[in-house]
Design a protein around this ligand. Structure first.
Ligand SMILES: [Zn+2]
Length: 280
């Protein structure tokens, strides 16, 4: 499954509890050719060697890009966009069979990363960090839908009104007015807001914009509080508890609010499930 802002935030918090002051002893890379070819891993595998001897300082994220900042001006950048298992291990007893990157710390603990879908894991100097595509995308001026106090309804409305575009394009991808969300969050948010996936933002009423803003905050905060989506595994290998209110898990089911059969359309490069009665 895709990793979105709530899961990236949980991973960041858990890494902040577990990783600072750990020194990298060694690394191991497997199955990297495909990810290297599309630029999601460093072209030169030797670039990862620069991490050896570095000590983890701080972990931050914006959108779904996570920055593990080290001393010696080095960073490990993780952007698990389309799915990854990012796991911390207290010892070598729980190491997975497969990984793309395995990092061993000098205290005998490990961090392993296995992309299950497309996503980035990159060794970068502070300078290289700024030039990464995912960093430009997520560490940008575009507001974060949760966790930033200056992101008010007024600001959201202003950004929505600035471009009349399909509601999905306003929430997900290059033209989105917020960072960190993909198709999964989109389906939940517009279901909760009662908005049809094909709507254009220029047709939204003031009330609908409010509903959209409130639904976005509610869904994302709820997902963070519930430890992430129920088909996702956190840094310690534990599954989240958030069951999506709308999405593929609702296939063939009836809307819990009105009893209508849930429908699906291909829309904006993905499948979108929705209630034809509640979402207008
Ligand atoms: Zn309904």
């Amino acid at each position: 499954m895709s990793v979105e802002l709530p899961e990236a935030q949980i991973l960041t918090e858990q890494m902040t509890d577990s990783l600072p002051n750990k020194k990298i002893k060694s690394y191991d890379i497997q199955d990297s050719a495909k990810l290297q070819k599309i630029g999601f891993m460093n072209k030169k595998l030797k670039d990862y060697e620069r991490l050896v001897g570095c000590t983890v300082k701080t972990i931050t994220h914006r959108g779904n890009t996570i920055r593990i900042q080290m001393n010696k001006k080095m960073n490990l950048v993780l952007c698990p966009d389309y799915g990854a298992q990012i796991l911390f291990h207290k010892n070598d007893g729980t190491l997975p069979k497969k990984h793309h990157l395995k990092i061993e710390f000098t205290d005998g603990t490990f961090l392993t990363i296995r992309q299950t879908g497309m996503g980035l894991l990159y060794s970068a100097t502070d300078q290289e960090f700024k030039d990464l595509y995912v960093v430009k995308r997520d560490f940008s001026d575009i507001p974060s839908p949760v966790g930033e106090h200056n992101f008010t309804f007024e600001r959201f409305k202003e950004l929505l009104d600035a471009k009349g575009q399909n509601i999905k394009a306003a929430i997900v991808g290059k033209t989105a007015v917020v960072v960190g969300l993909s198709n999964a969050a989109f389906q939940e948010i517009i279901y909760k807001a009662g908005i049809h996936p094909k709507r254009n933002t220029s047709t939204l009423t003031e009330d609908e914009k409010h509903d959209l803003f409130d639904a976005m905050k509610h869904i994302l905060n709820e997902r963070i509080c519930s430890g992430g989506k129920d088909n996702w595994i956190n840094l310690y290998g534990k599954a989240g508890r958030h069951t999506p209110v709308m999405g593929p898990n609702m296939k063939g089911k009836d809307c819990p609010a009105c009893g209508a059969s849930i429908e699906m359309i291909a829309h904006g490069g993905g499948q979108v499930y929705f209630c034809p009665r509640c979402q207008t």
